[in-house]
Design a protein around this ligand. Structure first.
Ligand code: IVH
Length: 671
């Protein structure tokens, strides 16, 4: 080996050691200046001897050019999620099920860990070398964020000691509070938009297209699980797995403890909840994992969550603040949603300035007035809600909230149909707010998925009269796009390319994208499955549409009315002429699963997952999703804020489930 090569190797070893001491052990051995000196020397040597540069060199953490999108990667072993427990009883039930399945009368040993509120990643090492990092994605396939992950100093580029041929290591990327506050202070100083919470900031940083930007964000990782593992022997307990991680130089959460039985779990939960505020990072609960690997294997998993682990969530955070004003936002179908403008307040680790008030009925029910002191609640990523007002603290002169008679955006009359909580702007396509929202919906991820066609771009295009209907999208010229604010030739080309890609879609997505009133993803999928082709659906009578499972008279009328309107027919024809297409086939039968034959209606805000996720999971198990509650509904799952659907279920005597009931359904049980 040349002297240069030997020196390069020695420097890398020293730097890796210092990284480990600093980022993993939190116990630096040398001052920062010494570290910087070593790094400078290494950079100089590598510049003089480019043949010595290698991917695992600490100088190569930020490498590669900004990309335009992330590649998809399939996980070697799926990344599971966790069932949630909210009340102590849910934990008792969990432990009982574990013991029943293990036929154990003795107490079970659990490994109890904080549940970090960050982003799950899977880091793949081959022969101890960093190969790639993926986000969780849908659990089977994630996004390749390797270039960004390499910039995170607590992800080693090489494992210490002996490592298996292949190992996927799972953990949570998060942003410590201190880094989050610093980042927001910098953003505020630069007049930029602030991040809502550390989780969003971490997610945004990890999904940056430019790794140089990620490198500047204060991200860290704690590792807690293994995926694919080839070569060597896997540790026989969760605790030993974490110890193995430490031996490899991977950070694990120091708050982890072994506990016995339910009592041990609950004591751990209480102790950590009490110290939650003093932790350096955001957690939203704790996780209990059956410690013994053999027991884990015996317990197995159901629908993407292991039977051997559960997340015990902390209750949602609440705070008091003042209601400054109420504004009305106009949605895609013209619905006016009252939004509370609040005196900024910290709730659950994020500053909240707005909260939804849903509709006028809610305002009346909660007896809210402008000037009131109000309770704000925030759970995880969910939109903050105004829980109630404190009338006993009402100042004199507090103002009643009135529904405007005309649309705040277009000035058209506002109408409130009888029996309907919602008030709507009657402007339809005249209303630019409705136009913008329909276009946003059309381009959104679960619809046509037109990347780059975001809120700001749509606003500009509509405001300049360049865009009115979805059909106009595909006639946009790159030169016209490039002339817009914050757009250059390159971004314009990207948008045009994204438009081109989005033309190949599926019938359910297309139907959903059209934004027919009350036709969500579930109904769009039922319509597509039932009719098979757009032509058949377009030609169908109201009676024929009514034959689709879960479609009632109101939706059938909306669907029929939509396709009968000449303006809509024209938009669809223009879209097809522009090349928007999908595969059509004969009507399909539904999948058979453990929940086959059940029709479930989801309503309100769920704390453990989005309604979309719950819907996907239920459908994957064979359940049908109902858009409205009828005699044919098997269950209504009601989250917080459930309104008319919950009421209807109670009237009809349909069983109503809470989140633990939902969890039961997702385990294939029928509560
Ligand atoms: S274990 C096989 N442990 O919570 C079990 N997950 O709700 C897989 N999370 O997707 C996950 N802290 O992103 C595990 N100590 C911890 C965790 C944790 C946070 C996240 C993770 C997972 C989600 C499930």
């Amino acid at each position: 080996m040349s002297t240069a090569a030997a020196r390069v190797a020695a420097l890398r070893e020293q730097l890796a050691r210092h990284d480990y001491r600093y980022y993993v052990l939190d116990d630096p051995e040398v001052p920062d200046a010494e570290y910087d000196r070593l790094m400078l020397e290494l950079r100089a040597l590598e510049a003089a001897h480019p043949e010595l540069v290698s991917a695992d060199s600490p100088t190569q953490r930020v490498s590669g050019k900004p990309g335009t999108e992330f590649d998809e990667v399939r996980h070697g072993v799926p990344m599971l999620s966790l069932d949630n427990a909210f009340a102590d009883d849910d934990v008792v039930d969990f432990d009982r099920r574990v013991r029943e399945r293990l036929k154990s009368t003795a107490e079970v040993e659990y490994c109890a860990e904080p549940k970090l509120d960050g982003l799950a990643i899977s880091v793949r090492y081959e022969r101890g070398e960093f190969v790639s990092t993926a986000t969780r994605g849908d659990g089977t396939t994630g996004e390749d964020v390797s270039a960004n992950a390499r910039t995170i100093r607590s992800i080693p580029l090489r494992l210490r000691g002996d490592a298996p041929a292949t190992v996927e290591i799972r953990g949570e990327v998060y942003m410590p509070f201190a880094g989050f506050r610093r980042l927001n202070a910098e953003a505020a100083a630069a007049g930029e938009k602030l991040f809502v919470n550390p989780r969003n900031a971490a997610a945004g940083a990890l999904r940056q297209l430019d790794p140089a930007v990620t490198a500047k964000r204060p991200l860290a990782v704690y590792f807690y699980a293994a995926g694919e593992w080839r070569g060597g022997t896997e540790p026989d307990t969760q605790r030993r797995l974490l110890e193995q991680f430490n031996a490899w130089g991977l950070r694990t959460n120091p708050e982890t403890r072994l506990v016995m039985g339910v009592a041990g779990c609950l004591a751990y939960y209480r102790a950590l909840a009490a110290r939650r505020e003093s932790l350096a990072y955001q957690i939203d609960g704790v996780v209990y994992k059956v410690n013994r690997r053999a027991d884990q294997d015996a317990l197995g998993q159901v629908s993407r969550a292991p039977r051997w682990a559960v997340a015990h969530k902390f209750p949602a955070d609440e705070a008091l603040t003042t209601l400054r004003d109420v504004e009305f936002q106009v949605g895609r179908t013209g619905v006016l949603t009252p939004v509370a403008r609040l005196e900024p307040v910290m709730v659950g680790g994020a500053t909240v300035t707005n909260a939804t008030l849903h509709n006028m009925d809610e305002i009346e029910r909660k007896d809210v007035r402008i000037g009131d002191t109000v309770v704000i609640r925030r759970a995880g990523d969910v939109i903050p809600e105004l829980v109630r007002s404190l009338p006993e603290r009402r100042p004199r002169g507090a103002k009643r909230i009135v529904l405007p008679a005309t649309c705040p955006v277009c000035g058209s009359a506002v109408a409130r149909e009888e029996d309907e909580a919602a008030a709507r702007c009657t402007g339809g396509f005249v209303c630019s707010a409705q136009r913008k929202e329909s276009l946003r919906h059309f381009a959104s991820r679960r619809a046509l998925d037109i990347e780059g066609m975001g809120e700001k771009l749509i606003d500009q295009l509509v405001d300049r009269g360049m865009l009115a209907t979805p059909a106009d999208l595909f006639e946009l010229k790159p030169e016209a796009l490039a002339a817009l604010e914050r757009m250059g030739e390159k971004s314009a080309d990207n948008v045009v390319a994204a438009l081109e890609r989005s033309k190949h879609t599926t019938l359910p997505r297309f139907l959903y994208a059209l934004g027919i009133r009350d036709v969500g993803e579930a109904t769009a999928a039922s319509l597509a499955a039932h009719f098979g082709t757009l032509g058949a659906l377009r030609a169908a009578s109201v009676e024929q549409i009514l034959e689709v499972p879960d479609v009632g008279p109101i939706i059938a009328a909306h669907v029929h009315g939509f396709f009968a309107a000449p303006a809509n027919r024209e938009v669809i024809e223009r879209l097809q002429r522009s090349g928007v297409h999908w595969n059509e086939g004969p009507p399909v039968a539904r999948a058979v699963g453990p929940l086959d034959g059940l029709t479930v209606v989801l309503t309100g805000t769920l704390a453990s997952m989005t309604r979309e996720q719950a819907g996907d999971a239920l459908q994957a198990m064979g359940a049908k999703l109902g858009a409205s509650v009828s005699k044919r509904t098997s269950y209504v799952v009601a989250g917080s804020d459930a309104g008319s659907k919950l009421k209807r279920a109670q009237e009809l005597g349909i069983p109503v489930l809470d989140e633990s009931g939902l969890a039961q359904l997702l385990r294939g049980e029928r509560p």
